[in-house]
Design a protein around this ligand. Sequence first.
Ligand code: URA
Length: 212
Amino acid sequence: MQILVVDHPLVAHKLTTLRDERTDSPTFRRLTEELVTLLAYEATRDVRTGPISVTTPVAEAEGIKLTSPKPLVVPILRAGLGMLEGMTRLLPTAEVGFLGMIRNEETLNASTYAERLPEDLHGRQCYVLDPMLATGGTLAAAIQFLVDRGADHITAICILAAPEGVERIERELADLDIPCTLVIAGMDSHLNDKGYIVPGLGDAGDRLYGVA
Ligand code: URA
């Protein structure tokens, strides 16, 4: 897996305000969207395109356009929903599928409780949205789910990651033989004993949706 930490002052500025516990939900939602749009710019460097020509008012010009099949954006419920608008602002023609994952407290493995995705993902480029890569169990299971459906190019976009989660993804998906990239705004120090990223920003879903 290729890991890209987006190093840009606007990303760092927005991330700092997201972290601040005084940032209210409306501001948190708006900043999340803006931050994801910046991450999406980097995350879509490999989006598939083909050549076209257009006529300008002056002459013919060679250009490119996104090709079919359309990219598929997959927010993981619930907090990934807060990233959707920021992503589709940059990729307005993308299709959107939804994936809800839950952790089985006995096996500690994540499994799917809801999904609205095409059955066949062969040939599809998928952009998975999940703000907090903590233990990595959910994201690893979501990526495996898409691969099992045939996806052949995966980019995961997260706001923050913990080293423990990244290591788990790399370990669990070591045999993946398709391009897989993780794009993040920041790599934090560690997970605490409650599974929160430190210093992190708290519970992303709660802060997005105003749950105390
Ligand atoms: N999920 C969150 O929302 N925050 C964390 O710190 C870890 C997981």
